[in-house]
Design a protein around this ligand. Structure first.
Ligand code: NDP
Length: 468
C-alpha cells in the first residue's frame, strides 16, 4: 500500500519535533500535526516561561542583597503585565524557530488535531491553533504519538473550579497578592518561589512531611528550610478539603479549608498535583494501542506500542517526564527507524533540577537508594555561599556526594544552592562515565567557587543510611 508519508508525528512538542526533524534528515517523508502551539508544553506552558518567571522573581532579592555590597538599591515595584508580555514575545519568537526548523528539514506541517481512523489512517481536524483548518484524511506507514501531558484535575475537591493550574498561571491578568499552592512537587515548589519573589504571600499545602518526594532527604530538608527562609508558609502532612468563595468579597477572595479544619483566605488556589498523559480524542480505540487506567500509553524498550508501526514518546508514556528525555526518545527512534543508527543515551543517570531560589539539582542515586544497593559513603558540605556572607541573606548551600564503597564510584551527586543546575550538568557527565571518588579528588578546583567543594570533600561524613 502506498502511504502519504513514511512517518507522521502527532504533537509538535520537544519530543515530536526532534523525532520528525531527524527522520526527515535521514530522507524519510515526514509530517507533524500540532493543534495548539509549536514547541509544546516546554516552550509555551512549561520550562521556558517558568525559567523566565523564576529569573524575574529574583531581581527584587538581588536589589536588596546589593546593599551589603555598598549599593543603595531598592527592589521597587514589579509590573506583572510587562513580564507576561515580554515572555509571550519571546515565546512567539521560539514558536517561529520551531516551525522554521521543521520546514528547513523538509517536514510537512499541519496545524490541526489528529485522530486515528485505523492504525495507518489519521483524520485531521481544526484545533485552537487554526480554527479554519480544512479537515483531511492522511495515511502514514509509521505514526508517533507525542502528545505530551496536561495538568491533573481533582474534581472531587469541593470548589475545585475556583482553582487554577500551571496552564493558567502563565497568563493571569495580574499577580495575586495571596496564593495557595496545592502540591509539593516540581511545579508547586517552582511557582511558590516565583510568586514569593514577586511579592505575593504564599502558602503551600503538601501531603508529605517534606516537599519533593523522590529527591535526596538532605536536599528535601534543605529545601524546606529555604522555603521558610523565603517567607513561604508550608503546610506539610496536609490535605486540601475544599475551596469556597468568600461572600461579598468584591476582589473574588477565596477561603481554603484543610481536612484538619484549618482555614485561611487567599486570592488564588493553584493546583500542582501532577500531570496526566494527553490521550483524549486521539481515537486510540481504532487501533491496538494499549493504555493504563490513567491513560499512559504502554510501549516497549523501542517506544513501540502494542500496535506494530505505532510508537509513543515523551510524557504521553509517563516514563521520565522531562523535556530532554522526550527529545532523546524521539531522536533515538528516528535514528533507528530511518537512519539505521543505534544511538545510546544514559537513561540511568538523568540529571534533574528544580528552579526554586536557591535551585536544587541531582544526578544518580539518593543516599537511601545507594544504601539499598550496598554499603555507601556520604560526603556532605553545608555552608553560607560567599555572596551571602556580605548580603546578610539567610541562605545556605548543601552539597553531597554518594559513593559506592565496593567500586569507589560516585553514584549520586546532589546540591541545593546557587547555580546547582549549571554545575549538575558537568557532574552528570562524571556520574554517567562511572568516575570514582579518587577521580574527583585528583581534579583541581576552581577557586573561589562553590563548585570546588565537589572536588575537595576529603573526610567522609557518614555511611549511607537506608530509609526509616
Ligand atoms: P509532581 O509529580 O512533581 O508533584 C505532584 C505533587 O502533588 C506532589 O507533591 C504529590 O504528592 C502531590 N499530589 C499528587 N496527587 C495528590 C493528591 N491526590 N492529593 C494531594 N496531593 C497530591 O507533579 P507536578 O505537577 O509538580 O509536575 C509534573 C511533572 O512535570 C513533574 O513530575 C516533572 O516530571 C515535570 N516538571 C519538571 C520540571 C523541571 O524539570 N524543573 C518543572 C515542572 C514540571 P506526593 O509526593 O505525596 O505524591
Amino acid at each position: 500500500m502506498a502511504f502519504d508519508f513514511d512517518l507522521f508525528v502527532i504533537g509538535g512538542g520537544s519530543g515530536g519535533v526532534r523525532c520528525a526533524r531527524i527522520a526527515a534528515t535521514h530522507g524519510a517523508r515526514v509530517a507533524v500535526a500540532e493543534s495548539r502551539h509549536w514547541g509544546g508544553t516546554c516552550v509555551n506552558l512549561g520550562c521556558v516561561p517558568k525559567k523566565m518567571m523564576v529569573q524575574a522573581s529574583e531581581y527584587g532579592e538581588h536589589a536588596l542583597d546589593g546593599r551589603g555590597f555598598g549599593w543603595s538599591s531598592e527592589p521597587g515595584t514589579h509590573d506583572w503585565a510587562r513580564l507576561i508580555a515580554a515572555k509571550d514575545h519571546e515565546i512567539g519568537r521560539l514558536n517561529a524557530i520551531y516551525v522554521r526548523l521543521l520546514g528547513n528539514a523538509g517536514v510537512t506541517l499541519f496545524e490541526g488535531r489528529a485522530r486515528f481512523e485505523d492504525a495507518h489512517t489519521l483524520v485531521l481536524e481544526p484545533g485552537p491553533l487554526d480554527p479554519e483548518f480544512e479537515p483531511r484524511r492522511i495515511t502514514a506507514r509509521r505514526i508517533v504519538i507525542a502528545t505530551g501531558s496536561t495538568p491533573v484535575v481533582q474534581p472531587h475537591i469541593e470548589g475545585y473550579e475556583f482553582g487554577i493550574n500551571s496552564d493558567q498561571a502563565f497568563h493571569l491578568p495580574e499577580r495575586p497578592e495571596r496564593v495557595t499552592i496545592v502540591g509539593g512537587g516540581y511545579i508547586g515548589v517552582e511557582f511558590a518561589g516565583i510568586f514569593a519573589g514577586l511579592g505575593s504571600e504564599v502558602q503551600m499545602i503538601f501531603r508529605q512531611k517534606l516537599p519533593l518526594r523522590g529527591f535526596d532527604e538532605d536536599l528535601r530538608h534543605a529545601l524546606a528550610e529555604a522555603i521558610e527562609a523565603r517567607g513561604i508558609t508550608a503546610h506539610p502532612n496536609s490535605l486540601l478539603h475544599g475551596i469556597r468563595r468568600l461572600d461579598g468579597d468584591q476582589h473574588g477572595a477565596l477561603q481554603v479549608r484543610l481536612t484538619d479544619g484549618r482555614e485561611w483566605a487567599t486570592d488564588c488556589v493553584f493546583f500542582a498535583v501532577g500531570r496526566m498523559p494527553n490521550v483524549a480524542g486521539l481515537g486510540l480505540d481504532a487501533t491496538g494501542v494499549r493504555t493504563t487506567a490513567e491513560g499512559r500509553i504502554l510501549v516497549d524498550a523501542g517506544s513501540e506500542t502494542h500496535e506494530p508501526g505505532i510508537f509513543a514518546i515523551g510524557d504521553v508514556t509517563n516514563r521520565v517526564n522531562l523535556t530532554p528525555v522526550a527529545i532523546a526518545e524521539g531522536h533515538i527512534l528516528a535514528d533507528r527507524l530511518f537512519g539505521g543508527v543505534t544511538r545510546e543515551w544514559s537513561f540511568d543517570t538523568i540529571p534533574k533540577a528544580v528552579f526554586f531560589s536557591p535551585p536544587l539539582a541531582s544526578v544518580g542515586l539518593t543516599e537511601h537508594e545507594a544504601a539499598e544497593q550496598g554499603p555507601a559513603d556520604i560526603y556532605l558540605a553545608r555552608f553560607t555561599p560567599m555572596r551571602h556572607t556580605l548580603s546578610g541573606r539567610k541562605r545556605h548551600s548543601v552539597m553531597k556526594l554518594v559513593v559506592d564503597q565496593a567500586s569507589s564510584r560516585v553514584v549520586g551527586v546532589h546540591m541545593l544552592g546557587e547555580d546547582a543546575p549549571e554545575m549538575m550538568q558537568g557532574m552528570a557527565i562524571a556520574v554517567s562515565a562511572g568516575l570514582t571518588k579518587a577521580d574527583f579528588d585528583r581534579t583541581i578546583g576552581i577557586h573561589p567557587t562553590s563548585a570546588e567543594e565537589f572536588v575537595t570533600m576529603r573526610a567522609r561524613t557518614r555511611m549511607a543510611a537506608v530509609a526509616e
